[in-house]
Design a protein around this ligand. Structure first.
Ligand code: FES
Length: 98
């Protein structure tokens, strides 16, 4: 399934633990890619630098305008894939804007 959806993954790294990068968000990237491949979802992953929710990281967001996921771990990935499918289905049922 091809989609305009993007998965935004905060990889911001600080010396303290209060950052997504400090909590292992970069290690999530290959696992998210693998899960998207298995789900046959052509969704781009875009590493970004801070949503301002650093205490709850790692943070992942479905874009545009989708759900935020906090304290993401590998165990969170199936839920992200489920919500991503729902977001793609909802977007594909909307008429194109010109
Ligand atoms: S470091 Fe990820 S939300 Fe700020």
């Amino acid at each position: 399934m091809t989609s305009k959806a993007t998965l935004l993954v905060c990889i911001h790294q600080r010396s303290s633990n209060a950052s997504c990068g400090g909590r292992g968000s970069e290690q999530l990237l290959p696992q998210l890619n693998l899960a998207l491949d298995k789900a046959k979802l052509k969704v781009r992953i875009e590493p970004i630098h801070c949503f301002g929710r650093c205490q709850q990281g790692p943070i992942v967001r479905i874009a545009p305008g989708g759900a935020f996921f906090s304290e993401v771990t590998p165990e969170s990935i199936p839920q992200i894939i489920t919500e991503l499918r729902q977001a793609i289905a909802a977007a594909s049922s909307q008429p194109e804007r010109s």
